[in-house]
Each structure stands twice: as structure tokens, then as C-alpha cells.
Write a protein that binds this ligand. Structure first.
Ligand code: SF4
Length: 380
């Protein structure tokens, strides 16, 4: 997420509020984080952010001074502010990739996890309820992610209920490893708590149990499979996500066949390029395969599903490295704040349609990246 840094004063715990640039003297300020360039700090806001290094204050107003890049903030963004002066933009009003970060704990330990799980953390539940209460009513899509969101048990149902009360028309994308849903009663209560459009996206890395298990580094292949079936019993929309790397690319066609044969009801299947962060960065040598080198397997897998009317996408892939036959399946999926393009892209006629790169891929990308100069050359 986007982060800004400054010097916090009077802040001794993490707080969450909504950005405003308007000093509304008579309005309700208790949830507002007022952004100003002035050195005089107004009172009664949840917090004040200023780029100024010297401030005049008369009371206990919480504030962060000397903040860099306040221009990156927008009216109605939601931010958390930490005691050390770190400001995290947890909801960007202009983004379609906003998500609730439910927990950093996880019951998997994926070898390419970009955000490795923790064993201990402060409970995020109340903070997340406040986040939901601050959401813009026009929000069209909200993610629920972690860690593993189902680890908070039935509190996840309260999260869903609060989202429904605040933004009933929004769609929800829940990212889960599916393990918890092997418990039929949990899956049933979860289904009963769903009151709006939701897709539960579940990673499945191979059709072979031992390969999947060696990637998630837990013995959970069949637990995930059972979870998928339990969710399907309640007609919930299920997405399958496959991060592709050296350990699983060779069997992508077999995996697509497995998905079609066993889960013909799935709502969506996404093949994803790896994000080289966290464990993926630590294990890079063991995982990296130039995406150009698995085009044959990817093409077979994507078309195999597409020809059988399964909704299929390719996430995080650059258009120029894909065969023409599957370019149209590439979608913009990288969160805005970590999405970059490289120098080669400046010459490319397809830049606007291309998903580009993760910022963390800047040093490691396919040798086949080449600017597309001829619009007719591609079928996107
Ligand atoms: S050159 Fe850059 S913008 Fe063009 S298709 Fe390749 S990665 Fe995308």
C-alpha cells in the first residue's frame, strides 16, 4: 500500500480515519484526518497531517508533521497512522484494488508468499470494523484478504454483515486457501452470512497433491479440495488462482483438465505471474522461470478452459510476451500503487492495455519484453 512518513505527536496507538482537505469548522471531525500545509493545527480532528516542520498547537490534538508527499493523498482516502509517524493509505478512493487486511496469520506457508505470515499480531477486528464504517458509499468492489481471513472464525461473518450494511451493492472478493471450509458447518454459516455478490478465490497450484503440498508447505491439498466442494454445495461463486513458477508450470495443461473435470462449476480461473516479494524473493532462484518459457503450457491450459466455457484470465502478465492466441485473457490486476512500466514500454502502442509489472519485478523480468509497435499485430 501507499505509505507516507512524518513525525507523530500525541499518537500512542494505531488510529484510522478519513482524509479531508477541507477545514470544516462546524462539521463532525472525529473520524477525519485533516491535511494542511499551514503551521497552525486546528482542533478536534481525529488527527492532522501537515507537510510543515514547525507547528503551532494549543492542545492535545493528534498530528503528524514533516510529512512528505501529501499530494499523493485524496479527499476521502482512508489512512491508518502509527505511533512512529507511518501513514498507510488503506483505502484509495481512486483505486479498484482496495481490501480489508483481516489478519497476518496463516495456516499455509506458501513458498512464494509475497507477504509472509506472522505468528503473533495485534487483533485487527475493531480496526477493520472502523475501516468499513468509513468506506465511501459508492465503493464498487472490496477485497478481503490476509494472511488467511477465515482464521478469525465466525468474526468473519460480522465483517461480511458490516460490509453489507455499509455498501450492499458492492462486490466482495475473498481470498482464502479454502482449508477452513472443509468444515461443513463453518461453510454453511459462512454461506448464510453472505448477503451480496461475493467470489471466494482459492489457490490450487497443481493437480498432483504432493506438488501442491510442497508449494503450500502444509499437507492440505485434500482439505482445500473439500473446502471447494463444501462452498459449491451452497452455490457460492468460487475462483481458482494459480501462481505459476518453476515448481508447477510443466503441468498447467493437466491442472486445467483437473479443474474442468472436478470443478466445472467454478466461476473463474486465473493464472498469475509470481510477485517477487517476501518468500518469493527469498526463494527466487528455486522459483523463477522466465514466463516466456512456459507459454506453451499456459496457452494449452488457458484455451482448454476457455473452449469449455470456463471464465479464464491471466493476471500480472505483460502483453508482449504472451502468444497472440491468449493475449485477450490478460487483465489489469496489479494494484495501482505497485504497478510500474519499464523504459521499453515507452515505445509501446499497447501500454494502456498492458498490465505492466510489479514494482518488485523491476530487476527481474522476461527476456522477451519488446515494445509492440504495430497495433494490428495483436488481437487484444
Ligand atoms: S513493452 Fe511494456 S507496455 Fe508493451 S506489452 Fe511489453 S510490457 Fe506491456
Amino acid at each position: 500500500m501507499k505509505q507516507l512518513f512524518g513525525e507523530a505527536h500525541n499518537i500512542d496507538r494505531i488510529i484510522i480515519g478519513k482524509i479531508t482537505f477541507k477545514n470544516n469548522v462546524f462539521g463532525d471531525k472525529k473520524d477525519k484526518v485533516y491535511v494542511t500545509d499551514f503551521d497552525k493545527i486546528p482542533n478536534n480532528y481525529l488527527a492532522v497531517i501537515t507537510s510543515n516542520s514547525i507547528v503551532k498547537k494549543g492542545n492535545d490534538q493528534l498530528f503528524v508533521k514533516n510529512v512528505t508527499s501529501t499530494d499523493d493523498l485524496n479527499e476521502n482516502d482512508i489512512v491508518t497512522i502509527e505511533a512512529d509517524g507511518t501513514i498507510n493509505v488503506v483505502y484509495d478512493i481512486n483505486s479498484q484494488h482496495n481490501a480489508l487486511f483481516i489478519t497476518e496469520k496463516c495456516n499455509s506457508n506458501c513458498i512464494m508468499c509475497p507477504q509472509p505470515p506472522v505468528k503473533q499480531e495485534d487483533d485487527k477486528f475493531d480496526l477493520n470494523l472502523r475501516y468499513i464504517s468509513l468506506l465511501d458509499k459508492n465503493t464498487k468492489m472490496i477485497g478481503i484478504t490476509g494472511g488467511e481471513p477465515t482464521l478469525i472464525g465466525e468474526k468473519l461473518f460480522d465483517i461480511l454483515s458490516n460490509i453489507h450494511n455499509k455498501i450492499p451493492k458492492a462486490s466482495i472478493s475473498l481470498l482464502s486457501n479454502g482449508i477452513k471450509f472443509e468444515n461443513f458447518e463453518y461453510a454453511k454459516k459462512f454461506a448464510q452470512s453472505v448477503k451480496q455478490n461475493i467470489v471466494i478465490d482459492i489457490p490450487l497450484y497443481s493437480d498432483i497433491d504432493t506438488i501442491h503440498n510442497s508449494i503450500v508447505r502444509t499437507n492440505t491439498f485434500y482439505r482445500t479440495i473439500n473446502g471447494i466442494y463444501n462452498l459449491a454445495k451452497f452455490n457460492l461463486k468460487i475462483g481458482i488462482r494459480i501462481v505459476v513458477h518453476k515448481m508447477n508450470y510443466e503441468r498447467l495443461p493437466e491442472l486445467s483438465e483437473y479443474i474442468y473435470s472436478n470443478f466445472p462449476f467454478v466461476f473463474h480461473v486465473a493464472f498469475m505471474q509470481m510477485e517477487p516479494m517476501g518468500y518469493a524473493k527469498d526463494n527466487f532462484e528455486d522459483l523463477w522461470v522466465d514466463p516466456f518459457d512456459y507459454n506453451i503450457e499456459l496457452e494449452k491450459a488457458v484455451l482448454n478452459l476457455h473452449y469449455r466455457d470456463i471464465n479464464v484470465s491471466i493476471y500480472n502478465s505483460q502483453l508482449c510476451i504472451l502468444p497472440d492466441s491468449i493475449k485477450k485473457f490478460a487483465v489489469q490486476s496489479i494494484s495501482d500503487w505497485k504497478n510500474i512500466y519499464i523504459d521499453e514500454c515507452e515505445e509501446c502502442t499497447m501500454k494502456e492495455k498492458c498490465p505492466g509489472f510489479f514494482a518488485s519485478s523491476k530487476e527481474n523480468y522476461s527476456r522477451a519484453i519488446t515494445a509492440i509497435k504495430d497495433l494490428q499485430a495483436t488481437s487484444v
